[in-house]
Ligand binder design. Sequence first.
Ligand code: SAH
Length: 224
Amino acid sequence: MRIDIVTVLPGLLESPFSHSILQRARNKGLAEIHVHNLRDYSGNKHKSVDDYPYGGGAGMVMSVIPFANCIDHLQKERSYDEIIFMSPDGELLEQPLANTLSLKKNLLILCGHYKGIDERIREHYVTREISIGNYVLSGGELPAAVLVDAVVRLLPGVLSDETSALSDSFQNGLVDAPSYTRPADFRGWKVPDILLSGNTPEIDKWRFEQSLERTRSRRPDMLK
Ligand code: SAH
């Protein structure tokens, strides 16, 4: 999978993709992530990428020209399965959407800033708008990093234990069971006996019951 991200703040995206699972995915060649600086496509000598909003009002708007230049340039090199705009009014990012996107080959993600981006980019280029939650952040970079993490960890070979993404919360409509590791007794806080029993079928059964119980108590909405 190849993911291209367009941003005015490329530095903000360096760290999230340079550690742990995402870095491993890149090193293994399972995911290629390319970050593009929108200013390189500004088309003006001041490298400006925003302007005052038509009709007045607070906040700057990201201009149509830099995004159009950048997307046109990238589309000449490959076609994208989706051109995604991170936006608080988009479709809410949930596990099924991450699953769907993990099956794509080329994704292009646009990060907004300030008041947002010129609507014409959304109308003429964007194929999907995604929100990471009902709150407003100052830019699309952190949402893009969240999306990329949710998608890339699903690619076969990225997680060391390939089945583990499937047993995570939401994949089977339930939240995950509790986890424990050594020591078995810490200050008298004991690990449930069943997990020390070595009886795999019984452990699976216990985990499933825990998942169900937790979903009932924490996320009854998921059982509807
Ligand atoms: N005026 C806009 C908010 C702009 S916030 C509105 O009220 O909807 C600036 C940018 O941050 C957005 O263009 C978007 O790219 C990003 N952003 C902010 N919150 C987000 C969220 N919850 N999910 C995804 N992207 C978000």
